[in-house]
Design a protein around this ligand. Structure first.
Ligand code: FAD
Length: 307
């Protein structure tokens, strides 16, 4: 297993922000990952599991502990004619291509989502009217509290909009199976291409970003629309800016800090609250050291649950 000390984390996120981790490990298999977590637990070392780092704000102060990155666990196999199994670190666009080549439909939405299978299951990633939950069959999950691995099915996962019942601080996705109907490969390719073209037109893919910053507060209220209408598109704090192409995307213009991003997020929340009396909850997860004031941006969660 590759291990690096004092590893810079900015490189492992799509936003390109983050200080150093005490240690960064790349397990090559589920067995190596399980063994690593057991050793860290015994030593009392804090850990954090990361996939593509595409939905993550990492503190510029870094992370005191071990980061476990799954991106070398990438095996994909067709278990049955309509059942595709992938290890946690397999990239969604790669999985979507693999499925399409085998005439399996249902992952066309995922071709532009730069995350891994593990991150996509935890986040119930979705787009274009579909999400992981629509094709999810089961997943092998390590419960770090007990050291046991269980195969969880859809009914155990309680999938909701951009979340599920698992807690990434405790449960680690080792692999997942997806049940997918057959279709003509050319038709799947057509839908995939349509989704890809739409992204190139509507997302600022030229700058480091982490996708949508905030969740949609209500099914019929897109965060991007509310932000746009609130006039956030000119906002900039240091080297963090709201994208001029998509109001729910924050872009790193080069060397932005996590603090700059959070101050910008607060301003975006304030402007939407003022105009629409709605609280925006961040979609992103955080890793590392943040102050209580910085974390208050995430505390809108309480308001979200009450809805
Ligand atoms: C350009 C761009 C476009 C995007 N478009 C979309 C979109 O259309 N729809 C959408 O839903 N998202 C989108 N995203 C966000 C992101 O790609 C998804 O949320 C993705 O599923 C995150 O996966 P990841 O592997 O990068 O997770 P990470 O960012 O690495 O981690 C996110 C969370 O998942 C946890 N996690 C990761 N792997 C595991 C594992 N194996 N076991 C347990 N927990 C794990 C982490 O601890 C963390 O809490 C976009 C991002 C970008 C940059």
């Amino acid at each position: 297993m590759e291990e690096a000390l004092q590893a810079p984390l900015a490189r492992i996120t799509t936003l390109k922000i983050g200080g150093n981790a005490d240690c960064l490990c790349h397990p090559q298999s589920a067995a190596e990952l399980i063994d690593l977590v057991a050793r860290l637990k015994e030593a009392g070392t804090p850990w954090y599991v990361v996939g593509g780092g595409s939905n993550l704000l990492i503190s510029s102060e870094g992370f005191r502990g071990t980061v476990i990155r799954t991106t070398q666990m990438t095996n994909i196999r067709l278990e049955q004619p309509n059942l595709l199994e992938a290890e946690a670190g397999a990239r969604l666009p790669h999985l979507a291509r693999h499925a399409a080549q085998n005439g399996l439909a249902g992952l066309e939405f995922a071709v532009g989502i730069p995350g891994t299978v593990g991150g996509a299951v935890i986040m119930n990633a979705g787009a274009h009217g579909s999400s992981i939950s629509a094709i999810f069959d089961s997943a092998k999950i390590l419960d770090s509290a007990t050291g046991e691995v269980a195969e969880l099915r859809s009914e155990d996962m309680a999938f909701q909009y951009r979340r599920c019942a698992l807690d990434p601080a405790r449960h680690i996705v080792l692999s997942a199976k997806f049940k997918m109907p057959s279709d003509v490969p050319e038709e799947i390719e057509k839908r995939t291409k349509h989704n890809e073209d739409y992204r190139w037109k509507t997302q600022p893919l030229g700058f480091p970003n982490a996708g949508s910053t905030f969740k949609n507060p209500l099914p019929d209220k897109a965060a991007g629309f509310l932000l746009d209408q609130s006039g956030v598109k000119d906002l900039k704090v240091g080297n963090a800016a709201v994208s001029s192409i998509h109001a729910n995307f924050i872009v790193n213009l080069g060397g932005a800090s996590s603090h700059e991003v959070i101050v910008l997020m607060k301003r975006m929340q304030d402007m939407v609250r003022q105009k629409f009396k709605l609280d925006l909850v961040p979609e992103w997860k955080t890793m590392g050291t943040f102050t209580d004031d910085e974390m208050s941006v995430w505390q809108q969660k309480a308001a979200e649950k009450k809805q």
